[in-house]
Design a protein around this ligand. Structure first.
Ligand code: ATP
Length: 161
């Protein structure tokens, strides 16, 4: 899903340089609807572009930390003041209304991303330095191999209509 969203974004924003750093030999499986993961990534990519301040470099990393898959979207844009970092996940919260009005938005993107991530028992957080850039990290539980095997063995339940 990360690959797919990245590709679509590259087509839309061909002036942006998106780098992607992960080990292709490691497959991380999280129990999350593909559409939901894509939605989360679109929100993060969208913000990285909107608040890029003309610095069109975005780095995406995917790694395993303990029993979690961690995706980080890093931009080199305007950054977020430390006092605002937690609030950006609140509904309708926008940093510096006057400045952000120019780029448009309702302050809902990150609140939606957070709600989705939390519903999958994941976490989302932001690290930022004003004037240097922002990294938003999403961490999702990895499915244990036994769970995958058991799920495969179970016959599919017929939908009751
Ligand atoms: P939308 O509802 O269209 O997503 P939005 O971008 O304002 O609008 P959020 O995605 O929730 O809403 O972001 C909230 C606020 O956090 C933004 O208004 C912006 O000030 C700040 N922000 C979010 N991502 C970044 C980023 N990558 N760099 C700098 N500021 C950011």
């Amino acid at each position: 899903a990360v690959e797919q969203v990245k590709r679509n974004f590259e087509i839309l924003h061909d002036d942006f340089n998106i780098t992607y750093d992960y080990n292709p030999d490691i497959v991380l499986r999280s129990l999350i609807l593909r559409n939901h993961l894509e939605q989360i990534l679109i929100i993060l990519f969208d913000n990285a572009v909107k608040y890029s301040n003309g610095l069109s470099e975005i780095n995406i990393t995917l790694e395993q930390i303990g029993n979690r898959a961690v995706i980080k979207v890093k931009d080199h844009g305007v950054g977020i003041d430390p006092s605002e970092l937690d609030k950006v996940f609140n509904r309708f919260y926008r940093v510096d209304k006057a400045r952000t009005r120019e780029v448009g938005g309702n302050g809902l993107g990150l609140a939606i991303a957070k709600q989705l991530v939390v519903s999958y028992k994941g976490t989302i957080s932001a690290d930022s330095v004003v004037g240097e850039g922002t990294t938003v990290s999403v961490s999702l539980p990895i499915m244990e191999e036994e769970v995958i095997q058991t799920a495969r063995k179970k016959p599919l339940k017929k939908n009751k209509l």
